[in-house]
Design a protein around this ligand. Structure first.
Ligand code: R5P
Length: 312
């Protein structure tokens, strides 16, 4: 097995390789002045089972092109299998044609990645049905494997803790229910509307958040609009405290400042996206390390062991 750092999340790759007691394959990825990317592998990798770890986060399109070129290099270097480990998979929010004359971007990404990859693994895919766009094996790891335990064991959330799990939109209701059932606490759902891409408005809240410690769970924070709006409404309805637990910290525009200034007590995000620089001087953010789970999943894939056993 070889591990290739796609450079989309080098700190995570470093942690994973440390856990697996291995090192990354020597390579050079550089960008020319006009934006073109060049890739060169420095080791003989013929016949190897290759794992490329690469988050398709900002700059999304550059990272995507980089990945395509790395896969092409690996294929031409005769590796036996290309396993894509994309902790964050881009374009997943554009998974259907919801108005006329628009692309289904998530499907196009699937077609592109499938040109070269033999298998793909990611965390908390925005919509599970995107797996159906792929014909290669697709493993979707749930952040809840880590987060549910964290809530129970570290934050001591239990049925008598006056806690409630909140979904910031109706699309996340199933996720909230999974947490609620595991912790045996009630759930609430905020009903939001998106007048335009990147903007959202809260319409309604289903459930009773008054005097409750609220934990809002979601798959991602992008501009922070969804979270801040949801928080404002549940605070106005009498929430005692508000924490956020999110998988992918996309954190675009001024999301970090917005979230730091908002009424959250704590913001838990994972390291599926590298936000080391952005979060340097923050006080509310706590990054939960997914490297141990990712390393275990990579190990299992390389040994043809079950991935779903990790979910138990
Ligand atoms: C939407 O369906 C997602 O689960 C997130 O709630 C959304 O993408 C977050 O975006 P933003 O932070 O820009 O509101």
């Amino acid at each position: 097995m070889i591990i290739v750092d796609g450079t989309g999340n080098t700190p995570l790759v470093k942690k994973v390789t440390e856990i697996l007691e291995t090192s990354v394959t020597k390579s050079k990825i550089q960008t020319f002045n006009d934006g073109e990317i060049s890739v060169e592998m420095f080791e003989n990798i013929r016949g190897q089972d290759a794992y490329i770890i690469h988050s398709l986060s900002y700059p999304v399109n550059d990272n995507l092109m980089k990945l395509m070129l790395i896969m092409d290099a690996l294929q031409r270097a005769s590796v036996s299998r290309i396993n894509l480990v994309c902790p964050y998979l881009c374009y997943s929010r554009q998974d259907r044609k919801d108005k006329g004359r628009t692309p289904i971007s998530a499907r196009l990404i699937a077609d592109m990645l499938e040109m070269k990859a033999d298998r793909i693994m990611t965390f908390d895919l925005h919509a599970e049905q995107i797996q159906g766009f792929y014909t290669i094996p697709f493993d979707n790891l749930y952040a809840s494997i880590v987060y549910k335990k964290f809530l129970k064991e570290e934050l001591n959330i239990h049925p008598d803790s006056d806690s409630i799990i909140v979904s910031p939109d109706t699309g996340g209701a199933k996720r909230a229910r999974t947490y609620g059932e595991y912790l045996d606490v009630p759930i609430a759902i905020v009903e939001k509307r998106r007048p335009r891409a990147g903007e959202c408005e809260v319409m309604n809240v289903i459930g009773d958040v008054k005097d409750k410690h609220c934990i809002i769970v979601d798959d991602m924070i992008d501009t922070g609009g969804t979270m801040c709006n949801a928080a404002k409404v549940i605070k106005d309805m009498g929430a005692k405290s508000i924490k956020i637990m999110v998988t992918h910290g996309v954190l675009s525009k001024n999301a970090v400042e917005k979230l730091e200034e908002s009424c959250f007590d704590q913001i838990y995000i994972s390291n599926t996206i590298d936000n080391t620089e952005k979060l340097q001087n923050t006080t509310k953010f706590i990054v939960i390390d997914f490297a141990p789970l990712l390393a275990e999943a990579v190990k299992r894939l390389s040994e043809d062991q079950s991935i779903s056993d990790l979910f138990d």
